[in-house]
Design a protein around this ligand. Structure first.
Ligand SMILES: Cc1cc2nc3c(=O)[nH]c(=O)nc-3n(C[C@H](O)[C@H](O)[C@H](O)COP(=O)(O)OP(=O)(O)OC[C@H]3O[C@@H](n4cnc5c(N)ncnc54)[C@H](O)[C@@H]3O)c2cc1C
Length: 411
């Protein structure tokens, strides 16, 4: 019988499984998909995430995989550069780095497989939870098996099935403008474009009430995310996005230098976007006896300033700090159940703060989106306004980049 069953081999589940397995805990990691490739997996790792990789002894693994360091962030408004911030932003820190997530997850699971006490079950879904005397005591799998265990960890992402099965809920964050705290993002993966510039810059562009961002990922593809604000009725693209000629739409809202480059990419297939619903939420309660939610299952993060993977790594480290001694010392599961609340207590303040900072970034974008006069003012006086905006942006980035609390692996 595995001591721990983890549902989901995303960044949270894969890293926690490795940490536990390398410390002698019997772990079964169950992943619904056969492989690690997805239409989209986030790539940006902030300095806090890079530090977490070091704590988990995964820096060398990451360095051998396709990755790109970001050179700068640029914010363009109505065709004018508002400001540019060079990476690394901290004088003594590493730059934000783009890392191929499928290859990273495959490497983490491969390393865990070296532990005899680790079992990986791909292509199988955790479908249900078993209970014994009000304690969750196992899972049922889509291959028909019932697995008994001391602890079930739900690392099954934002739409977590196990959260529902455990009768736990999410509280959604309310943003200033959209009311429901959610946006949709249309995601385009374009093959390598002729280099806009030699450097790898994350560009955020606001033009004529539309906003989008793009960067070159670790495989040299251009990833472009177009924001749709659901509650803004003026944003017609939110409802009829399937019928829009996106190449033309994006070119029409691009600064001249970008429009020229986008014109070269005329294959209609690459201009068909994928729609991602982005909701920011936090579960008031992350655990029940025998059951713990971590990562997006407990706190779905918005993609704004790339927090989700970083928080996933940090959740995994803190959970390992508490779970390894509890599981090793425990005969009757009481100790395990006691530490579950402590894991939430240690992680929740940082998650709340990161989500609030993400909301502040989004609110600033929404203000520009909704008020043409602000956009006009910012673009007309870009050299002066940009200086002030840059300073406040840099202040907000500090915790988004470095984390809010220190996270160290202690086991
Ligand atoms: C458009 C977009 C862009 C983003 N960009 C970034 C970025 O650049 N940087 C960043 O840090 N964050 C980014 N994020 C957020 C980030 O992707 C998530 O926060 C992060 O992936 C959460 O990791 P996780 O392991 O908790 O969940 P997930 O990555 O969602 O992994 C969950 C895993 O569980 C599996 N699963 C689901 N149900 C079951 C089940 N019942 N049984 C077994 N397996 C199951 C799934 O197949 C999946 O592999 C982005 C998010 C979006 C929507």
């Amino acid at each position: 019988m595995p001591q721990v069953v983890i549902a989901g081999a995303g960044p949270t589940g894969a890293c926690l499984a490795l940490l536990l397995a390398e410390r002698g805990i019997d772990v079964m990691l169950v992943e619904a998909a056969q492989g690690f490739d997805r239409q989209f997996r986030g790539q940006a790792i902030m300095p806090s995430g890079l530090a977490a990789l070091k704590e988990m002894d995964l820096s060398t693994v990451a360095e051998t995989l396709p990755h790109q360091q970001l050179d700068a962030w640029e914010f363009w408004i109505e065709g004018k550069l508002l400001f540019r911030a060079e990476e690394p932003i901290e004088a003594d820190g590493p730059p934000c780095t783009l890392l191929s997530q499928p290859e990273f997850l495959a490497a983490v699971v491969e390393r865990a497989k070296a532990c005899p006490n680790f079992e990986f079950v791909p292509g199988t879904t955790v479908q249900g939870l078993k209970r014994t005397n009000d304690r969750i005591s196992g899972v049922s799998l889509s291959d028909g098996r019932a697995i008994a265990t001391s602890l079930v960890i739900a690392a099954d992402g934002r739409n977590s099935t196990l959260r529902t099965k455990a009768n736990l809920t999410l509280a959604h964050q309310h943003s200033l403008k959209t009311g429901d705290g959610s946006i949709d993002v249309l995601w385009f993966s374009l093959p390598e474009l002729p280099p806009v510039r030699k450097e790898n810059v994350f560009y955020a562009i606001v033009e004529n009430g539309h906003s989008f961002g793009f960067f070159r990922n670790s495989q040299n593809q251009t990833q472009l995310g177009w924001g749709l604000t659901k509650s803004n009725e003026a944003d017609a693209s939110a409802t009829n996005w399937r019928s829009i000629n996106w190449q033309q739409e994006i070119i029409d809202h691009s600064p001249h230098w970008l429009a020229q480059v986008l014109q070269t990419q005329s294959d209609p297939a690459v201009w068909k976007p994928t729609l991602f619903s982005v909701a920011v939420a936090l579960a008031p309660q992350w655990s029940k006896p025998g059951f713990l939610m971590l990562g997006d299952a407990a706190h779905p993060m918005s993609p704004v300033r790339a927090q989700g993977i970083n928080m996933a790594f940090r959740d995994a480290i803190v959970a390992a700090n508490y779970l390894v001694p509890a599981i090793k010392s425990d005969a009757n599961s009481t100790k395990i159940d006691t530490v579950l609340n402590q894991i939430q207590a240690e992680r929740e303040p940082e998650i709340r703060r990161a989500q609030a900072l993400q909301a502040a970034e989004l609110a600033q974008g929404e203000l520009l989106h909704n008020y043409p006069i602000l956009r006009w003012g910012a673009s007309q006086f870009a050299p002066i306004v940009g200086l002030g905006v840059k300073q406040s942006w840099l202040r907000r980035q500090q915790q988004l980049r470095l984390g809010v609390v220190p996270v160290e692996l202690k086991v």
